[in-house]
Write a protein that binds this ligand. Structure first.
Ligand code: HEM
Length: 415
């Protein structure tokens, strides 16, 4: 999501700290659990001296993450952006996004899009989401192997974004393409990839610039572009901020919901007894949605930068230092979720307490929409008595920010 030219390529070649949980291979190989367990137990606020992203603090338990997010003036989203990858402050190619702004600017810009995600908007959108989900599920062939990520998760989330933006339907996979480039923080590690990413972001900007031109000066329509054009804060937003916020919405709503939909297939296959529970009682779907989001945690961390010295979890964080708030780890914190926090438990009583949407003033603005899409998917599967069986090796995203899957071979069956 960091849409600003990033700092010069970093490839750290000093001694590796086994507790440096920013290493991409931990996520590619699904081996992040053990180091986080050790961090939670021994050093919930821990300083990593050397990493590809430079020195940083790892915050890995529930309480200090909530504390840091409750003090947005001290732990800023704006000072250094929201991913461990640094921004280049002297860059002239900036597309500011409100996720990486502090108050008061953040408040005004968040308000421009919040009306798209109210409970009444969810009611308005639900029938359409049900129809599109049903259409996709009805194209799936029983007993034949296919990739769940591409056929179901990507297609459903991309369609949703196309509708939210009133985006040309036939071009909708461009949204997936741009989102993948914008959200992959590993790309900042070589200048060539950084350059290529920037090129794609400009293409994206130009495309949305055209859509904007078609809507400006016209009657308002119920899509995000028109909503932003007609909002009060728009008069204070320049074109870079407008584009930055659009890209934020594309990335924010894309990988995250996609990877939750993939986690439905993967996680329930991994815990068949839990799957049997929700298959037997569709009344559990609401809680299952929360539990899958907790268990997957599609965004592993958000970064904050200290604006002043402040003690957190017994450690003195100095002004200017950066912190990774590991939601992924907080959602496994045994003091909140018990000893079986690594497992999916579809009737977990406090699944809702997860931090996968963050906490405080930046808490995910699209959370209701994500929950709606995921619960509709489970409901439509239940109506068809459809079970998803993972039949081969899954391929995971190799990065410490977006936590998800690239490929997942599955076959569907009836129960
Ligand atoms: C913010 C997660 C779905 C748009 C966030 C944050 C997280 C998050 C962790 C940042 C919190 C922080 O910095 O403290 C997720 C997850 C999702 C999801 C796990 C799906 C399961 C969506 C959807 C949209 C969206 C569907 C829109 C279509 C945004 C925006 C922000 C945000 C615009 C910035 C909010 C702010 O800074 O005030 N999300 N998100 N997200 N999300 Fe989501």
């Amino acid at each position: 999501m960091d849409m600003v030219k990033s700092a010069p390529a970093l490839k750290y070649d000093g001694p590796i700290d086994p507790l440096d949980v920013s290493r991409a291979e931990l996520y590619r190989d699904d081996t992040w659990q053990a180091p986080f367990e050790e961090l939670r137990e021994k050093a919930p606020v821990y300083r990593v001296e050397g990493s590809d992203f430079g020195p940083y603090w790892s915050v890995s338990t529930y309480k200090p993450i909530v504390e840091a997010e409750s003090l947005p003036e001290i732990f800023s989203s704006e000072a250094g952006g929201i991913t461990l990858a640094d921004m280049m402050p002297d860059s002239d190619v900036k597309m500011p996004m409100f996720i990486a702004m502090d108050r008061p600017k953040h408040t005004g810009q968040r308000r421009t899009v919040a009306p798209a995600f109210t409970p009444s908007e969810m009611v308005r959108m639900k029938d359409d989401i049900v129809r599109r989900t049903a259409e996709i599920l009805d194209t799936l062939e029983y007993g034949k192997e296919f990739d769940w990520v591409d056929t179901v998760s990507i297609e459903l989330t991309t369609q949703m974004l196309a509708i939210l933006f009133d985006f040309p339907w036939e071009d909708r996979r461009k949204l997936t393409f741009w989102s993948d480039w914008a959200g992959d923080i590993e790309l900042v590690k070589t200048p060539e990839l950084r350059e290529e990413r920037l090129k794609h972001m400009f293409e994206c900007g130009a495309y949305f610039g055209n859509l904007w031109n078609q809507k400006v000066g016209k009657e308002p329509t119920p899509d995000l572009i028109s909503m932003m054009i007609h909002s009060d804060a728009m008069s204070e937003m320049d074109q870079y901020e407008f584009l930055g916020n659009l890209i934020l919405l594309i990335v924010g709503g894309n990988d995250t919901t996609r990877n939750t939909m993939s986690a439905i297939a993967y996680g329930l296959d991994l815990f068949p007894d839990e799957r049997a529970k929700v298959e037997a009682d569709p009344g559990l779907i609401g809680n299952t949605v929360q539990e899958i989001i907790r268990w997957q945690t599609p965004l592993a961390h958000m970064r904050r930068t200290a604006t002043q010295d402040h003690e957190l979890g017994g450690q003195m964080i100095k002004a200017g230092e950066k912190l990774a708030l590991w939601y992924l780890s907080a959602n496994r914190d045994a003091s909140v979720f018990g000893d079986n926090a690594d497992d999916i438990q579809v009737d977990r009583p406090n699944a809702r307490r997860h931090l996968a949407f963050g906490h405080g003033i930046h808490r995910c603005v699209g959370a209701r929409l994500a929950e709606l899409q995921v619960s509709v998917l489970l409901e439509e599967m239940a109506k068809r008595r459809m079970r998803v069986n993972v039949v081969g090796e899954v391929e995971r995203v190799s990065a410490c920010f977006v936590h998800g899957y690239r490929k997942m071979p599955v076959e569907i069956s009836k129960y």
